[in-house]
Design a protein around this ligand. Structure first.
Ligand code: ATP
Ligand code: MG
Length: 440
């Protein structure tokens, strides 16, 4: 607009100059030399005006170009602002001391604050206490070398909110002379990345554990099968080869050995199948009315027959135990394994006490021996598959019995406790709710 007025003024001046020049030429009053001088002056003035006009046009053109450039910059800035504002990742701009100067929406959402309230706050206050020192060290370093790629830190949004893992990337902001004037931070919530990594780690661990278990199982089972198999094959061979020379008592002894060994194998197979069932979540509880005294006595007698006179099991009971409602098969597993252990880990002639108490709607089974005992370090891990005490020496076993016991106790919503002293003996106490159905 200004340029147009200026142009019009120039044109008007040129017009008036032209008229003046015409009039001067036509005027008869002026003497000759003076007329020439005036004409020359007017000519110069006219040239100067023309040059002025060209210069004005050039200026005008440059102004237009400048205006276009200005518009482009404005649009660019607007675009950057929108990208910054609506970026899916969190962006913060801080000065070199880490004081926040700009924050986009995602950053505000991540830190659970409004964008405005973030301005002027030191970024360090959003870093968890544990990571804050490292953050400050990194900030100092950024002032010398302003670049950071995927640094993992735990960010703490406003108080009361749980911290979350974030990856930080930093780029430098510089002025025209390349001086560092600020830092642009990219904040990315990597909770999901962490969870996925954790899941993969767990899956790998489980796989490793499973393959470990498999090989331990194969080792234990083959070892445990070998002993009874050797006994069976030796006794069978002796019976076959010397059947005419052996006395009836000797023959009976071999038959008994074969019977015990095959029972041992059947038991082991049974344990394996049972564990397989528990792992598949297929072991179920089927309670039936049960007279616990009768049930326990039968079990003790059965065991006493199979172990002979090497150990004496005493059984006593207290309270009203005839109307229990428990799973017979599972209960058999519990008592059988505990009594077998008590016998197995006691020296010859060692006494085993089995006490049954029914009180306060609970059945308490207490099995006590005077055997080798269990070291403290092993006591906590006894219910893990294959775990065996370090003091078992040459006593055979797979370390599966107590795992089964625990599963069966858990299915009854019961509890199991151990009291043991190395060299003095062990007491296992199992407590099961008596009338399960009535209680539930
Ligand atoms: P199995 O699978 O044949 O029963 P195991 O007897 O070794 O083998 P568990 O019954 O699970 O396995 O017992 C685990 C470990 O606990 C035993 O190896 C032993 O170290 C210890 N233990 C269990 N009961 C007793 C006990 N009464 N006295 C001493 N140690 C015991
Ligand atoms: Mg055992």
């Amino acid at each position: 607009m200004k340029e147009e007025i200026f142009n019009q003024q120039i044109e008007a001046a040129q017009q008036r100059l032209h008229e003046l020049w015409q009039r001067t030429r036509e005027s008869p009053s002026l003497p000759d030399p003076q007329e020439t001088l005036t004409m020359e002056a007017l000519q110069e003035l006219s040239t100067a005006l023309e040059e002025l006009q060209v210069a004005t046009e050039e200026l005008q053109q440059r102004n237009e170009q400048l205006a276009i450039a200005h518009e482009t910059v404005k649009a660019e800035r607007q675009r950057y602002q929108e990208l910054f504002e609506f970026a899916p990742d969190g962006y913060l701009v801080t000065n070199t001391l880490g004081i926040i100067q700009e924050a986009n929406r995602t950053a505000a959402a991540l830190l659970n604050r409004s964008q405005n309230s973030l301005i002027g706050k030191p970024m360090a206050i959003f870093v968890t206490k544990e990571d804050r020192k490292t953050f400050r060290d990194i900030l100092t370093e950024l002032n010398h070398f302003p670049q950071l790629h995927d640094w993992e830190v735990r960010l703490q949004p406003s108080k009361g909110q749980p911290p979350f893992p974030a990856a930080l990337n930093v780029a430098a902001i510089r002025d025209r002379s390349s001086n560092l004037i600020g830092l642009r931070w990219l904040l990315r919530d990597i909770t999901e990345r962490h969870q996925q990594a954790e899941q993969t780690r767990k899956a790998l661990e489980q796989e490793k554990e499973l393959s470990n278990l498999k090989s331990r199982f194969i080792r234990a089972a083959s070892h445990e099968f070998r002993t009874p198999l050797t006994i069976i094959s030796m006794s069978a061979e002796l019976l076959e080869r010397y059947k005419h020379k052996l006395s009836d008592v000797q023959k009976d002894s071999h038959f008994q050995k074969i019977r015990i060994a095959s029972k041992q194998m059947a038991r082991l197979l049974n344990d394996i199948l049972l564990l397989d069932k528990t792992e598949a979540g297929k072991l179920e509880i089927n309670p039936i009315p049960l007279d616990l005294v009768e049930f326990s006595r039968e079990l003790v007698e059965e065991l006493q027959v199979s172990i002979g006179s090497q150990h004496a099991i005493t059984f006593i009971h207290q309270g009203q135990c005839s109307n229990a409602y428990l799973d017979k098969k599972l209960l058999r597993q519990i008592i059988d394994h505990l009594l077998s252990n008590a016998i197995k880990y006691s020296p010859r002639g060692g006494k085993v006490h089995f006490e049954l108490i029914c009180q306060d709607r609970q059945a308490i089974f207490q099995i006590q021996d005077e055997g080798i005992g269990i070291p403290k370090e092993d006591q906590l891990r006894l219910f893990e598959r294959f775990h065996r005490g370090r003091n078992v020496g040459t006593i055979s076993g797979t370390g599966l019995g107590l795992t089964i016991v625990k599963e069966c106790v858990d299915l009854h919503d019961g509890a199991i406790a151990i009291k043991s002293e190395v060299g003095s003996g062990t007491t296992f106490t199992v407590k099961l709710p008596l009338n399960q159905l009535n209680q539930k």
